[in-house]
Design a protein around this ligand. Structure first.
Ligand code: ATP
Ligand code: MG
Length: 231
């Protein structure tokens, strides 16, 4: 679904992503794990041309270089940004409406799907997004991204700042989305939770991929357990 070759991101003289290559296969959950400043967010933003990049990004066979972010959303890539940036002055329902900007005709149907996926959002449909709990805001951020009916859903640290119980529910939901046919690219510092649900994973350090393997191998690797999982 997605092939990335020699991706590089610079901020002035600082190089945040140093020529990484990876693949996201259709129907899988792929994780990029790594600590603060590893270049995870820069990578996701580069994939949707929200920051300038060098290298190749091929989505469904097409180089995405010439596409603006909103046209990539139309083509089927959707990002749930770091820090779940929902529109705090708009209601839950208004946030969903914005997520469906390219998909007006399916809005009512999709909204019902989202309320089925996250029943708590339906109870709060007229509440301002700024008044939601952290977990509810994350549910809304994911729902908003799903309103464009993506083929590839990218999530930037969805578990950040959430209680362990909510994190568990959230990761179960991600698996459910995969089972419904959505391909997932997951970025996480919470490496253990991410590996548990992933098919394949890449470890990012200092803008470079230092390790990659099937998630079930990484989770059983002594070095990975010590260095990245704190086990
Ligand atoms: N807009 C920016 N201008 C300058 N430097 C930046 C900018 N955004 C990120 N960086 C730098 O690029 C590097 C990678 O940052 P990035 O946010 O991609 O990391 P990350 O892996 O997402 O980290 P975190 O886990 O803290 O979210 C860091 O050294 C960061 O300071
Ligand atoms: Mg980040």
């Amino acid at each position: 679904m997605l092939v990335v070759k020699n991706l590089q991101v610079f901020y002035g003289l600082i190089q945040a992503v140093k020529g990484i290559s990876f693949e996201v296969k259709e129907g899988q959950i792929i994780s990029l794990i790594g600590s603060n400043g590893a270049g995870k967010t820069s990578t996701l933003n580069a994939l949707i041309n929200a920051v300038k990049r060098k290298g190749e990004v091929i989505f469904l066979g097409y180089e995405t270089k010439r596409h603006l972010t909103h046209s990539l959303v139309k083509k089927g890539i959707s990002l749930v940004p770091e820090g779940r940036r929902v529109f705090i002055n708009l209601s839950v329902e208004e946030n969903l409406k914005i997520g469906a900007f390219n998909n007006d005709e399916n809005y009512e149907h999709l909204k019902k799907q989202m309320y089925k996926l996250f029943p708590r959002l339906e109870n709060k449909k007229n509440v301002l997004a700024g008044n939601l709990s952290g977990g509810e805001a994350q549910m809304l951020a994911i729902s908003r991204a799903l309103m464009s009916e993506p083929k590839l859903l990218m999530l930037d640290e969805p578990s950040l700042g959430l209680a362990p119980k909510i994190v568990g529910e959230l990761f179960e939901t991600i698996v459910r989305l995969k089972n419904e046919g959505i391909t997932i690219l997951l970025v996480e510092q919470n490496a253990y939770s991410a590996l548990k649900i992933s098919d394949y994973a890449y470890v990012l350090e200092n803008g470079q991929i230092v390790l990659q393997n099937e998630a079930k191998h990484l989770i059983n690797d002594d070095e990975v357990r010590k260095k990245y999982l704190g086990l």
